[in-house]
Design a binder for this molecule. Sequence first.
Ligand code: NAD
Ligand code: UDP
Length: 319
Amino acid sequence: MSRYSRKRILVTGGAGFLGSHLCDRLLDRGDEVLCVDNFYTGSKDNIAHLFGNPRFELIRHDITIPLFVEVDEIFNLACPASPVHYQNDPIQTTKTSVHGAINMLGLAKRLKARIFQASTSEVYGDPQVHPQPESYWGHVNPAGVRACYDEGKRCAETLFFDYHRQAGLEIKVVRIFNTYGPRMHPADGRVVTNFIVPALRGEPLTIYGTGEQTRSFCYVDDLIEGFIRMMDSPADCTGPINLGNPGEFTMRELADLVLRQTGSQSALEYGPLPQDDPTQRRPDIGLAREKLGWEPTVPLEEGLQRTIAYFEKSLGDGR
Ligand code: NAD
Ligand code: UDP
């Protein structure tokens, strides 16, 4: 591809788990990537392999502060995603979601650039409709400990749709359900790493509550394929669109699977259920199938194998 025909794409949160996989994917197809990250939860390790690539550029920047760059498209992924991390500094989490969205939408408006928002299944809160279709408005506690993230992301969706209606911006909003895979931080705090890492170390796994709550787990490669299809879809396909794997598992089932697949003798322990922890979650992906021809292809067993292999290697003998 000539340098005159390739796209310049901004990825905010590009040094994070999903962002780094997205940077890889965009560079592989020939685009130029500008990665912006403040390294709150992301790491240079996730993108170190890209540093020699002349089509890759990194800026350390916090998106709560305006940014002036020239790009053709924007993927807005910046925001801590693990409950442990987003609750560590909840005010900054809301600022990142809301001020960050305003700054990135302002940038997109000036550039007339298409902009993608990484929204979340958390907009459904502790859902009373199951599985969750996009038409469900959700059940969120606005004053609870998860609200900084849930309401921040809901407000970001509002901003995206108002910039679309009022300023004619081309927007692409996806609601991501729990996604896992290589490059998650070992201390990320989300359940997949919280089970795999101690299982490999022979330490106990802690199930919160009874372990009967459910989640649906999507392998990262499937999700990134959904991102690309959404960004490249016709302008009238604004979303919101659910992206996730409809396979639904209890946390006990997940723990058993991780123990079996790692061959670990680790014990299972039980701890208190975090406040407002959703009891069930499964995406209705009918819209993604219809509009994007997308559905996940990697079953949980296979995705876990790949993720376990990654952690076996990255944790090394020192585990
Ligand atoms: P992550 O924590 O690994 O990545 C987030 C990245 O954003 C990190 O590199 C972090 O340093 C960066 N960041 C945070 N605040 C920033 C700021 N103010 N300015 C610049 N950079 C900032 O999480 P992830 O799993 O890769 O999630 C990426 C996006 O996808 C997030 O917006 C998250 O809400 C969304 N999402 C992820 C999941 C999932 O299961 N992985 C589910 C739903 C939504
Ligand atoms: N969980 C658990 N043990 C852990 C971490 C999480 O049992 O060590 C549970 C948590 O209570 C929740 C589910 O696993 O019910 C998924 O939690 P995670 O933090 O991964 O993401 P969430 O979907 O809640 O944002």
